[in-house]
Design a protein around this ligand. Structure first.
Ligand code: KG4
Ligand code: ZN
Length: 328
């Protein structure tokens, strides 16, 4: 099944042509990062308007790169939520309009399921179940238990900031460019903290996370002027990586998971990838960085098995903006 997938939940306008949920014929991502960098974060109204400008050229490019036309497509999928409402509406409605005009099946996709399904886009055998999935992005830090391929049970998540959000905010405190995640990772490469020790919120006995105390501690260490931005960046990254990898390793063990699936923009962090692979006792699957940050290929990967099972989203169904695993 050849699916055109569309993603516009935040600051990336993306379209992809995906075959049977696993083969990428094309994946085009138009990033708005430079536009938002001047404001130090994403401005929702600016994002919506930029999606409107980019959506048709991005879809055209995805079709061209896949060497196919709209008439070759067998279904349309678009991110339904969670995300910024005004941003979601652009891709979702464009997808519905194409489906309507060509009488094609249409499916709205949960962005979080999309991130997890990016793990199906690699040339490897399909994941083993039960599996533990961690979605770490700018908007989410969720631990999810997958008893089978289609079951998502949210075990816990962040009680305050998402991991990526903490990276972005601490990046700003350190005077680094937006987004803070890649900037902190780069800064941390040029040194290491000698005496600075930032806190780790373990929240034992839960699958929850908290990064706001760490963020405040980073702020205090900036104000003290004892440590360089490189030292603070290094120790901040170590703290986030320590908690994420430590908790994933323990919970995977407790639940006898046969595999761990990592997803979302923060999963492109090199230190996190290393620590997960060294601490978790079962195989850890992590997509390449281009499939960790927002893209439409992952939306196609999530849509195909559902479309094959006959699932459809009626064209009068609304988008959703809250973090909700039940809407899949
Ligand atoms: O998944 P994503 O593209 O968008 C959301 O759905 O939120 O994730 C974006 C987030 C940003 O917060 C960004 O700082 C973070 O992922 N990020 C990273 C890295 N690359 C992107 N965080 C840490 N290390 C990285 N290398
Ligand atoms: Zn995302």
């Amino acid at each position: 099944m050849l699916v055109l997938a569309i993603e516009s939940s935040c600051d990336e306008t993306a379209a992809a042509v995906i075959e049977n949920g696993r083969k990428i014929h094309s994946s085009v991502v138009a990033s708005q990062i430079e536009l938002h960098a001047q404001y130090g974060g994403i401005v929702p109204e600016v994002a919506s308007r930029e999606h409107l400008r980019a959506i048709i050229p991005v879809i055209k490019q995805a079709l061209e790169q896949a060497s196919c036309s709209i008439d070759d497509l067998e279904a349309i999928a678009a991110t339904r939520g969670p995300g910024l409402a005004g941003a979601l509406l652009v891709g979702y409605n464009t997808g519905k309009a194409i489906a309507l005009s060509k009488s094609l099946p249409f499916l709205g996709v949960n962005h979080l399921e999309g991130h997890v399904r990016a793990n199906w886009l690699m040339e490897e055998p399909e994941p083993l179940f039960p599996a533990l999935a961690l979605v770490v992005s700018g908007g989410h830090t969720d631990l999810v238990f997958m008893k089978s391929e289609n079951e998502y049970e949210r075990l816990g998540g962040t009680l305050d900031d998402a991991a990526g959000e903490a990276f972005d905010k601490v990046g700003r405190l350190l005077g680094l460019p937006f987004p803070g995640g890649p900037a902190i990772a780069k800064e941390a490469l040029s040194g290491k903290a000698s005496s600075l020790k930032l806190p780790r919120a373990w929240l034992p006995g839960t699958a929850d996370f908290s990064f706001s105390g760490l963020k405040t501690a980073a702020l205090h260490s900036v104000r003290k002027e004892t440590w360089s931005p490189t030292e603070i960046a290094w120790e901040f990254q170590e703290s986030v990586v320590d908690v994420l990898s430590g908790k994933v390793a323990n919970i995977a063990n407790d639940l006898s998971a046969r595999e761990v699936l990592i997803a979302g923009g923060v999963a492109s962090n090199q230190r996190l990838r290393e620590e997960l692979r060294s601490r978790v006792s079962v195989p850890v699957r992590i997509p390449p960085p281009s499939l960790c940050t927002d893209n439409a290929a992952m939306i196609g990967a999530a849509a195909s098995p559902r479309l094959s099972r006959g699932e459809r989203t009626p064209l009068n169904v609304d988008i959703f903006s809250t973090n909700d695993w039940s809407v899949v």
